[in-house]
Write a protein that binds this ligand. Structure first.
Ligand code: PLP
Length: 412
């Protein structure tokens, strides 16, 4: 209650904006993941790793737009790319050279990717990748995993999931036995396995190498298509989590930061699968989209890859994230706080330990972090951007130490 009343007193303007929007949008919301109790914060603007809300509160942005905002806010490269693309013409009613240039960079980056196609979101790219697998195999079933998030219509949390237009077999994540049993019974009906190398929205649970390589082997043996959804995990290493583990899928889906943080999705992989989209082929799969090749995203993506997404920069970011996660867990342990953090590199999630109070504990730590000027997702997701520095990490850990100590009466 004390944390909630402080939150309310710090955010009168956010409360007013939320109430206003609720008259015209259900719950004032258009992105479910942004809902927060008692109402979400409305931001006025951002610069590098800082966010300022409509009440004038300043935060260190540890959410990084759910992994998409890896470049921080309003980076110069993005402004330059957008201005020059706008000067040349935003939508040209045709092909333009930037598409091939972005495609070439992505194919060079991922050894498993021969060819790509672009979409407007990760959701769309996953739908198209699944579509490609269904058509390629002539089969109807797709193995997905509990807690997986492949986009707004491809979520398997078990919590009001939107129906998807193909037959799914939903298995527990990281459960090799369940995979083997499923394939033993119906290998010839399974078109694809789609899997995140680490569950992202599902709570930053890393997939084990054994689990992912079992997915690989079962697909290779049965002719099913293995799809890695690397929309989040592609930032963990230069060639994505697949290159880090040396386990390569048939199709890869990326998005978010590869479009320079603009709306973007991309799927690609084996040439024989991707060539189904070649308009010259008889019976080619149609895949249109007014903004698939929009000049703004193409230009932003090329500039981002060339100037920022280097192997060195990504490794440094991962190291900083590993350090933050280790220190967060050390604070929880020392204070006896009933929480833990999971994840890999720059992507992590703080969880309440299992128990009857976990819902309240999740709310409490969110409110305490926000009240301390640390911006994270209500569900505990943290993703670092390049603008976060070592001092910001120290600040996070100090604030966490301070309020977990103050709250110790709550759980002791
Ligand atoms: N796949 C994963 C792993 C994601 O984390 C997300 C978004 O958070 C998506 C797909 C969907 O991407 P988009 O929000 O661009 O549709």
């Amino acid at each position: 209650e004390e944390a909630e009343s402080l939150y309310r007193s710090l955010h009168p303007a956010s409360a007013a904006h939320s109430a206003h929007a609720a008259q015209f949008m259900p719950g004032g919301n258009t992105r479910s993941s942004l809902w927060a109790f008692p109402f979400p914060i409305y931001m006025e603007g951002g610069h590098e790793a800082r966010l300022t809300d409509v009440d004038g509160n300043v935060y260190i942005d540890f959410l990084g737009e759910f992994t998409s905002g890896i470049y921080g806010h309003s980076p110069d490269f993005l402004k330059d790319a957008l201005v020059s693309a706008t000067d040349r013409g935003v939508s040209l009613s045709s092909h333009h050279r930037l598409e091939g240039e972005l495609a070439e960079r992505l194919c060079q980056r991922f050894p498993s990717v021969d060819m790509v196609r672009f979409c407007n979101s990760g959701t769309e790219a996953n739908i198209m990748a699944i579509n490609a697998a269904l058509t390629f195999t002539g089969r109807e079933e797709v193995v997905v995993f509990q807690g997986a998030y492949h986009g707004s219509v491809l979520t398997f949390s078990g919590n009001n999931d939107v129906n998807v237009p193909f037959k799914t077999i939903i298995l527990p994540y990281n459960d090799i036995e369940a995979l083997l049993a499923t394939f033993a019974g119906r290998a010839d009906q399974i078109a694809a396995i789609i899997v995140e190398p680490m569950l992202g929205a599902g709570g930053c649970t890393p997939g084990t190498a054994e689990f992912l390589s079992t997915c690989r082997e079962l697909c290779s043996d049965s002719g099913a298509v293995l799809i890695f959804d690397e929309v989040q995990t592609a930032r963990l290493h230069f060639g994505g989590r697949q290159s880090q583990l040396g386990i390569f899928p048939d199709l890869t889906v990326v998005g978010k930061f590869f479009g320079g943080s603009l709306p973007f999705g991309c799927f690609g992989g084996r040439k024989d699968i991707m060539q189904q989209f070649d308009p010259r082929a008889v019976g080619a799969i149609a895949h249109a989209g007014t903004f698939n090749n929009n000049t703004l995203t193409m230009a932003a993506g090329i500039a981002a890859i060339d100037q920022h997404l280097t192997a060195e920069a990504l490794d440094q970011l991962s190291a900083r994230g590993d350090r933050l996660r280790t220190e967060i867990n050390a604070v929880f342990e020392r204070q006896g706080a009933p929480y833990h953090a999971t994840g890999i590199g720059s992507i992590m999630n703080i969880h309440p330990n299992h128990g009857p109070d976990s819902k309240y504990l999740r709310q409490l730590i969110y409110l305490d972090l926000i009240n301390s000027g640390i911006f994270v997702a209500a569900r505990g997701l943290i993703s670092l951007c390049f603008s976060i520095n070592d001092d910001d990490i120290v600040t996070f850990v100090q604030k966490l130490k301070f309020f977990t100590e103050q709250r110790s009466v709550c759980w002791s």
